[in-house]
Design a protein around this ligand. Structure first.
Ligand SMILES: C[S@@+](CC[C@H](N)C(=O)[O-])C[C@H]1O[C@@H](n2cnc3c(N)ncnc32)[C@H](O)[C@@H]1O
Length: 222
């Protein structure tokens, strides 16, 4: 569901230079290439990149081993669009990710990414069910506690790899501080395994690179 919301917000990508940050096995990378984009999939895992390469025949795609916190392999202003599906919560330094994305985007370039919803997937969050296993409620616990956490549900991805939790204000203010303008927020709802349609498990954020200088009064020499 997150991928479709993300592609929806990204809009037409024909002919655009796109970076898929934390591309993993390259599912989103290939979907973008099928829509006509020139895509660079970036990931820190050689194993996942190998799988991605095996599954990709499209010449519009290249995969690169790199850290999203630096994007050291990529030159400044290389992309029209950076996308990322469910990767930023796996990365320790979000401020560094924002700075790296800002650097590799061209003027006015966009960053569209999906993350686990910070308000509903925070440390200690549990799902309460009735005796038949049907959803009753989601209990939010330590929302204000930022940092690494691991879900008690060992079989789920957050039980296996954990996540870096940040509050919504940290996520959004970090983008503003990095020089982005918020253009859209999407909270996809629909049937989900662990809850009712009312509680989005994912947040999709769209921003664009803010390149115009702040307006100054004519009398301000600075
Ligand atoms: C949950 S997976 C999502 C993969 C893919 N975007 C998808 O939708 O299937 C998170 C991905 O982020 C990658 N990742 C984690 N830390 C990273 C980093 N510092 N730089 C680049 N990729 C990173 C992981 O290797 C993994 O492929």
């Amino acid at each position: 569901m997150a991928v479709h919301a993300l592609l929806d917000v990204a809009g037409p990508v024909q002919g655009l230079k796109v970076c898929d940050l934390g591309c993993g096995e390259g599912t989103l990378t290939r979907m973008l290439a099928e829509r006509g984009a020139l895509v660079t999939g970036v990931d820190i895992s050689t194993q996942l990149l190998d799988v991605a390469r095996e599954q990709t025949q499209n010449e519009q795609v290249q995969y690169v081993l790199d850290d999203a916190q630096t994007l050291a392999t990529q030159p400044d202003h290389a992309f029209d669009l950076v996308v990322s599906n469910l990767a930023v919560m796996d990365i320790p330094d979000l401020v560094a990710v924002y700075a790296a994305v800002h650097r590799v985007l061209c003027a006015g370039g966009r960053f569209v990414f999906a993350m686990t919803h910070p308000c509903f997937q925070s440390p200690g969050t549990t799902v309460e069910t009735d005796h038949q296993g049907c959803f009753l409620a989601r209990r939010i616990d330590r929302y204000a506690t930022e940092g690494f956490w691991r879900s008690d549900y060992a079989a789920g991805i957050r039980g296996r790899v954990g996540a870096y939790h940040r509050t919504l204000s940290t996520v959004i203010n970090g983008l503003i501080n990095a020089g982005f303008t918020l253009t859209r927020l999407i909270e996809p709802t629909g049937p989900q395994p662990q809850g009712p349609v009312e509680i989005p498990s994912v947040l999709v954020i769209a921003v664009c690179r803010q390149d115009s200088k702040p307006l100054r009064p004519a009398s301000d020499p600075g």
